[in-house]
Write a protein that binds this ligand. Structure first.
Ligand code: DC
Length: 225
């Protein structure tokens, strides 16, 4: 059984995907971490992100290893595990979104994701898990929330980490990222037609996970009866 969980930044999709993986004891592949790891490597090599191309990204891929496990996705660069915090910044998120506009990268990394998961069970989280990576997945969820609420959540997280940023600034970045992800020429970000949409705008994380698990268990029961 493959379960895809797609959605925009700040929708709560990671909390839900991780929670489903833990509850069902199946591996969790957070695809965004591969984009973030490459974005991070580009940032530390001081590449001009606006001009970045496949030829700059391809050699970096050889240094990357992704390991899906129950409840987490491990990322290794040059054989060493990367601390998650390094990959979670806004700056790395923006770089990841730019990496996502390179079609050859998407084709390469999606092939790798398919090989990693193989015929096995997994929760696959991203932007295109249900549309391009596993279009035949048995269960597809699309998690969303209003841009204002997504910005508020990110702003709260940043404040908790001691960062002084305005809500307007965070909202602008969220809208910029949405636009880049949705308007890229090839493979633009869209919900799969057969995905179940969960709007988490008015939900606490626990409630959104409960809703998602309810849908997953219902579809599983229908398929097995
Ligand atoms: O899910 P995330 O916020 O960690 O993703 C960071 C960026 O990576 C996102 O803005 C676009 C890109 N991305 C993508 O294009 N496709 C994916 N499957 C995952 C991430």
């Amino acid at each position: 059984m493959k379960i895809t969980v797609d959605g925009p930044a700040g929708s709560g999709k990671s909390y839900i995907a991780k929670g489903i993986s833990e509850r069902l004891r199946i591996p969790y592949l957070e695809t965004g971490l591969a984009y973030r790891a490459i974005g991070y490597l580009l940032l530390i090599s001081e590449e001009d992100l606006q001009k970045v191309s496949w030829s700059a990204v391809e050699p970096l891929l050889r240094r990357l290893e992704i390991v899906p496990e129950v409840g987490r996705t491990r990322v290794l660069i040059d054989g060493k595990e990367v601390k998650e915090d390094l990959l979670r910044s806004e700056e790395v998120g923006r770089a990841a979104s730019i990496v996502g506009t390179i079609p050859q990268f998407r084709e390469f990394i999606n092939d790798l994701f398919r090989k990693l998961v193989g015929e096995g069970q997994a929760v696959i989280e991203g932007r295109d898990a249900g549309t391009h990576i596993f279009p035949d997945a048995e269960i597809k969820l699309f998690i969303t929330a209003s841009p204002e609420e997504r910005a508020r959540r990110r702003w709260k997280q940043l404040r908790e980490k001691g960062m002084e940023v305005s809500l307007e600034e965070v909202l602008k970045k969220i809208l910029d990222r949405d636009r880049r992800d949705m308007e890229r020429e090839k493979y633009p970000f869209r919900p799969a037609e057969d995905a179940v949409v969960i709007d988490t705008t008015d939900m606490e994380p626990e409630e959104s996970l409960k809703t998602a698990l309810g849908i997953v268990l219902k579809i599983q029961n229908e398929k097995s009866s």
